[in-house]
Ligand binder design. Structure first.
Ligand SMILES: [Mg+2]
Length: 257
């Protein structure tokens, strides 16, 4: 499939609403994780040189053990998944495991650095303003908890995007279709007239489409995770999922010229 064909998958009909994923869609979470990883590695993996921090970040984002996804299925508590991921890093890079009684300290180092680095993607605000300005409703649906994500949106200067559904709303997250339908209900739009925009092809775009919404996969350059993540633009387009590389490309799909 050519690049032109990839770009030709259609978002059809009038849209009344746009639901956004937050992490790595509106907020530059990858960069914030980069800051957090460098900070925890300096303390807990002091033998790892700074030149290797990009690798530490890649292991964190890939989450080969699937712990974050287990959390979003409701199978692991938040703290437990993060502890398992912390120890996955320790093991991968030759550090000592972080004991249960020491994990709060690890998490405090991580969280302070992570939260301090929450910033929006530089295309987010303009796209949201254009969509809202055209009278189209916007909201957020995320697999983290609602309170945490509300704070993240505030810190990133996106407090005017309402956080509609988090993993705590129904007790599970994407890709379950019920979370998409609940987000549409709260947004006040019919699923078929609602567009979902997210950076994970399977848990965001494919899942939204399966729930009856329209779907865009934002495949930002250099942002893929690898490993078990499905990240194939041709596959997406073949399934009727529009692929974009910036949020600016969303605006003409939503706003009448
Ligand atoms: Mg995301």
């Amino acid at each position: 499939m050519t690049a032109e064909q990839v770009g030709a998958a259609v978002v059809g009909g009038d849209l009344d609403g746009v639901l956004f994923d937050i992490d790595d869609t509106l907020v530059d979470t990858r960069s914030a994780f980069g800051t957090a990883m460098a900070t925890v590695a300096a303390v807990y993996l002091p033998h790892v040189p700074a030149q290797q921090y990009a690798e530490v970040l890649a292991v964190w984002r890939r989450d080969a053990g699937g712990h974050y996804r287990a959390y979003t299925r409701g199978d692991l508590p938040f703290r437990r998944q993060r502890h398992l991921r912390a120890n996955e890093l320790q093991e991968t890079f030759g550090g000592q495991p972080v004991a249960e009684e020491k994990f709060d300290a690890w998490d405090a180092v991580f969280e302070a650095a992570f939260e301090g680095a929450w910033t929006p993607h530089d295309d987010a605000l303009a796209a949201i303003d254009a969509i809202v300005g055209a009278g189209v409703a916007v909201g957020a649906l995320s697999n983290a908890s609602s309170g945490y994500q509300t704070r993240k949106l505030e810190c990133a200067g996106l407090a005017h995007v309402p956080m509609l559904v988090g993993v705590d709303t129904l007790g599970f997250g994407k890709p379950d279709p019920r979370v998409f339908l609940e987000a549409c209900r709260r947004l006040g739009t019919a699923p078929s007239r609602t567009l979902y925009v997210g950076d994970e092809l399977d848990f965001d775009a494919r899942a939204a489409l399966a729930a009856g919404l329209q779907a865009v996969w934002i495949d930002r350059p250099g942002s893929r995770r690898g490993g078990s993540y499905i990240e194939d633009p041709a596959l997406a387009a073949g399934e009727g999922i529009r692929v974009v590389t910036t949020l600016a490309e969303i605006v003409p799909l939503v706003v009448e010229p």
